[in-house]
Design a protein around this ligand. Structure first.
Ligand SMILES: CC/C=C\C/C=C\CCCC/C=C/C(=O)SCCNC(=O)CCNC(=O)[C@H](O)C(C)(C)COP(=O)(O)OP(=O)(O)OC[C@H]1O[C@@H](n2cnc3c(N)ncnc32)[C@H](O)[C@@H]1OP(=O)(O)O
Length: 203
């Protein structure tokens, strides 16, 4: 577990100044990771040790339960702030987590929530001091593991199969959409500026 950062989201350098076949492969891998995690028969609990923007938020939402560290961290789908769009399966995952209305506001504004705000809207289930996040996640895991596995798994599948089947049937189209979108000159310019701004912030 890395302190302060759960995940910085997708590595933008993987789709900045890359060839179409490279961005295709990158997106296919992300779809694979998501489908495996969201559809996992295992109990999955995200111990969110710090910042969790965009793709980081998606990974956390793909789990069954989320524990987030308190502190000056943020979580959310901030794609619009970067001038890009959250794909339909990011949107559906968020709708399944916090509901339609909150998702609509959240996505249009590219909102990044503090741990307390995220808990209030149900984006995370629990907040804990940073040095206790793993402990809280473990405690919660014990509860989940007491439930008969077959019943829990079937219930999870009933709740999640619609989205899994939808994405599975549209994978090629989704890859095509991603690559044609990120290869646009205007999007490449935005991504370049954003990467520069991250570096400037650091110096
Ligand atoms: C029709 C439409 C169809 C389909 C849709 C099409 C496309 C859109 C889909 C795309 C979905 C995108 C999802 C994403 O996840 S995009 C990434 C979003 N992430 C962010 O915005 C986070 C950016 N990072 C930060 O805010 C900070 O780094 C963070 C996480 C708060 C940590 O801060 P700090 O500890 O201070 O770390 P640094 O800022 O110093 O960063 C260190 C180093 O890493 C570089 N970096 C950070 N984040 C990223 C990143 N996500 N990708 C690439 N590089 C990143 C940063 O520039 C520094 O680099 P250096 O070389 O200077 O060390």
């Amino acid at each position: 577990m890395v302190p302060n950062i759960f995940s910085a989201g997708l590595d933008i350098t993987e789709f900045y100044q890359k060839k179409p076949e490279e961005t295709d492969a990158f997106w296919r891998t992300l779809q694979d990771v998501f489908l495996r995690l969201y559809g996992s028969k295992l109990v999955t609990i995200a111990a969110i040790s710090g910042h969790s923007p965009a793709g980081g938020c998606l990974l956390a939402m793909a789990c069954d339960y989320r524990v987030m560290a308190t502190g000056k961290y943020t979580i959310g789908l901030n794609e619009t702030l970067l001038g890009i769009i959250a794909p339909f399966w990011f949107i559906e995952t968020m709708k399944n987590t916090i509901g339609h209305r909150e998702t609509e506001k959240s996505l249009q504004l590219g909102k990044l929530y503090s741990p307390e705000q995220a808990e209030n809207i149900g984006l995370v289930d629990q907040i804990c001091p940073p040095d206790d996040v793993l402990g809280c996640a473990r405690k919660e895991m014990v509860k989940w593991l007491k439930i008969p596995d077959h019943a829990r798994i079937l219930t999870k599948q009933l709740m999640r199969n619609e989205l899994i089947n939808n994405l599975s049937s549209k994978r090629k189209e989704d890859i095509y959409n991603f690559t044609s979108f990120v290869q646009k000159d205007s999007i490449q310019r935005s991504l370049g500026l954003y990467l520069e701004s991250l570096k400037k912030k650091k110096s």
